[in-house]
Design a protein around this ligand. Structure first.
Ligand SMILES: C[S@@+](CC[C@H](N)C(=O)[O-])C[C@H]1O[C@@H](n2cnc3c(N)ncnc32)[C@H](O)[C@@H]1O
Length: 251
């Protein structure tokens, strides 16, 4: 569905939050504590590497805290998770990770009080991108950095995916409606419904610049070797960026 129509639905934000609340257990089982090879091989190391020199890190939408714990373990820096889901917050507390309940669009944090913010695979589930980025910019001190990791928008387009054309003997990637902002609720596993927002790269770039953030790094990462080795179409997938990592500086 078109993003503006989705946002206009009564309780759209609540519905997105409720879906994450209901399926937090699925997320824990399949994507945390080493269960997901991309997190282990690429996502967590890519974020940790970009936090060097931080004095304090705020991890927005930090889930049960796996990224926060990895940053603290590698760099010895304190990290606070902000997370809206009660189930994620409970799990973070059980794992002794500092956490407060809150959402990206209304951070319970003082202005200009943080030198580093991390946001890892979160904004593609947030309906109000402008609100979230202006809150992140508000809490960052001038010169502070935002490390933003996203599922690359190119491969997150609804209706995109691998196509095997048996007659032609060809496998290719279908790109879908890249320029159209869309919100979908996808059944990612039996009975597990997760909300996704697709925006083209220009929407992320424009919203961040308008929020007072200047681009310092833009990395479209090829998938990691261990993940590719598990894919039948590995040779093709090696040429597509699954992860986008950007670093921004507060003006
Ligand atoms: C894909 S998980 C990523 C969790 C964590 N960043 C990680 O990488 O392990 C997405 C997380 O975003 C959270 N989330 C959803 N809407 C949010 C919002 N408006 N503000 C902040 N976090 C949100 C969800 O509750 C969920 O924990």
């Amino acid at each position: 569905m078109n993003l503006d129509e989705f946002r206009a639905m009564p309780d759209a934000t609540k519905m997105v939050r409720d879906l994450w609340e209901s399926h937090a257990g699925w997320w824990h089982e399949h994507f945390t504590e080493g269960a997901d090879i991309e997190y282990v091989e690429q996502i967590i190391p890519a974020v940790v590497e970009r936090c060097h020199g931080a004095r304090f890190v705020l991890d927005v939408g930090g889930g049960e805290g796996q990224v926060a714990r990895a940053i603290t373990a590698a760099l010895g820096v304190d990290v606070l998770v902000v997370e809206p889901s009660e189930a994620q917050v409970r799990r973070a507390r059980a794992l002794r990770t500092p956490v407060v309940r809150g959402a990206a669009e209304a951070l319970p944090i003082a202005s200009a009080s943080v030198d580093t913010v991390t946001v890892v695979l979160v904004l593609e589930h947030v309906l109000d991108l402008e609100g979230a980025l202006s809150e992140i910019a508000r809490v960052l001190e001038p010169g502070g950095r935002l490390v933003l990791a996203l599922n690359h928008p190119l491969i997150q387009v609804p209706d995109s995916g691998l196509v095997e054309d048996v007659e032609l003997g060809e496998t290719y990637w279908r790109f879908g409606h890249y320029l159209r902002e869309d919100a979908t609720v996808e059944e990612v596993a039996a009975g597990v419904y997760i909300p996704f927002v697709h925006r083209p790269l220009s929407s992320y770039l424009s919203a961040a610049l308008a929020a007072g953030l200047d681009l310092r790094e833009f990395s479209e990462l090829a998938p990691p070797a261990g993940w590719l080795a598990q894919q039948a179409a590995g040779a093709l997938l090696a040429t597509l960026p699954r992860l986008l990592v950007t670093v921004w500086e507060r003006r």
